[in-house]
Design a binder for this molecule. Structure first.
Ligand code: DAH
Length: 327
């Protein structure tokens, strides 16, 4: 029997022997059953012999089990090994979406300039999206933003400016933040999609520390970082949340200012809005005796200009061939 154990070549084979030997109806059980017919005088010796036999068989079994188990593991390691160096022609390289890439570049600039990155909810309420930003109900400027409303009065934020309000309500001045995020408007044409992205900026500090000159200098530097050697001009404009307000243009990066179709033959491209925070906004969040500047820009507009993308809608069609061009 010992040899039979040592001759087994697989765990199944060994298991078969275990049943035959040690099982309830196995040969050892059979021999132990004979014990009752043995004369009392010989019983002890007989039982001792049997127990010895059983122990030596058990030992042989355990040893063989270890050997076979180790062999099996070895075999498995070999058969399941993966050649990680094997070339696969199926792998496809991805690419950052141009909007994300542009967003990252914008964020990198302001983080380097010591701005904190804040965020807020996409589903907003009237107070944060409008009221607190000096856009009371029935204010005509609300029409500038074609809003998606929910039945309960909630809305999809039309700009990232509500994050200004949330940040000011949550913290105390000084504040130096940007808010990159997704925004929504009922708009759809070559240069507008119902979902797009903005980056908002806000700096709040004591009155002697914030000026229009600060705003102008950082935005000029930022736009040169984004677009290279361009001219930057500030044009007086209107936003309800800033006073004074300005729109910022760069010299056309396509015609260098000579005039072309992209710049409507003006030589200038409008790229963002900004201004000195209106005191009504500070009143709405309970701030007193501070000053601030703010700005807001559309990320898709930047991406379109930087990559000469003719139709904004192509950015959101999910066509892999678009991304392949940006690898
Ligand atoms: N919220 C404006 C918009 O969506 C952009 C903007 C303009 C933000 C001027 C500002 C700002 O903070 O000062 O059109």
């Amino acid at each position: 029997m010992l040899e039979t154990i040592e001759d087994t070549n697989s765990l199944e084979e060994l298991e078969g022997i275990r049943v035959k030997l040690f099982g309830k109806k196995g040969s050892l059980a059979g021999e132990f059953a004979k014990l009752k017919d043995i004369p009392p005088k010989e019983k002890k010796a007989f039982a001792e012999g049997l127990n010895k036999k059983k122990a030596s068989l058990q030992k042989a079994f355990d040893t063989q089990y270890e050997i076979l188990k180790a062999r099996e593991i070895e075999k498995m390691l070999k058969s399941e090994a993966i050649d990680v160096s094997l070339y696969s022609s199926l792998s496809k390289k991805g690419a950052l979406h141009p909007v994300m890439e542009t967003m990252d570049k914008i964020i990198d600039y302001f983080v380097a300039m010591n701005f904190a990155v804040e965020s807020g909810p996409m589903v907003e309420d009237d107070f944060h999206n409008f009221e607190a930003l000096n856009l009371p109900k029935y204010h005509p400027a609300r029409d500038m933003q074609d809003t998606f409303y929910f039945k309960d009065g909630g809305l999809l934020r039309t700009h990232t400016s509500p994050v200004q309000i949330r940040t000011m309500l949550e913290t105390k001045p000084p504040i130096r933040m940007i808010a990159p995020g997704t925004v929504f408007r009922r708009d759809y044409d070559l240069t507008h999609t119902p979902m797009f992205h903005q980056v908002e900026g806000l700096v709040v500090d004591s009155k002697d520390k914030v000026s229009f000159a600060n705003l102008k200098s950082i935005l000029e530097d930022f736009l040169k970082y984004m677009f290279g050697d361009v001219e930057v001009r500030f044009r007086p404009s209107f936003f309800p949340f800033t006073e004074p307000s300005a729109e910022v243009d760069i010299s056309c990066i396509f015609c260098k200012g000579d005039g072309c179709r992209v710049c409507s033959h003006t030589g200038w491209l409008e790229v963002l809005g900004c201004g000195i925070v209106d005191q009504n906004v500070f009143k709405a969040v309970g701030y007193d005796d501070v000053s601030g500047y703010a700005f807001g820009l559309g990320v898709e507009r930047f991406a379109m200009l930087m990559h000469k993308i003719p139709d904004l809608r192509s950015l959101f069609e999910g066509d892999i061939r678009l991304l392949e061009q940006f690898r």
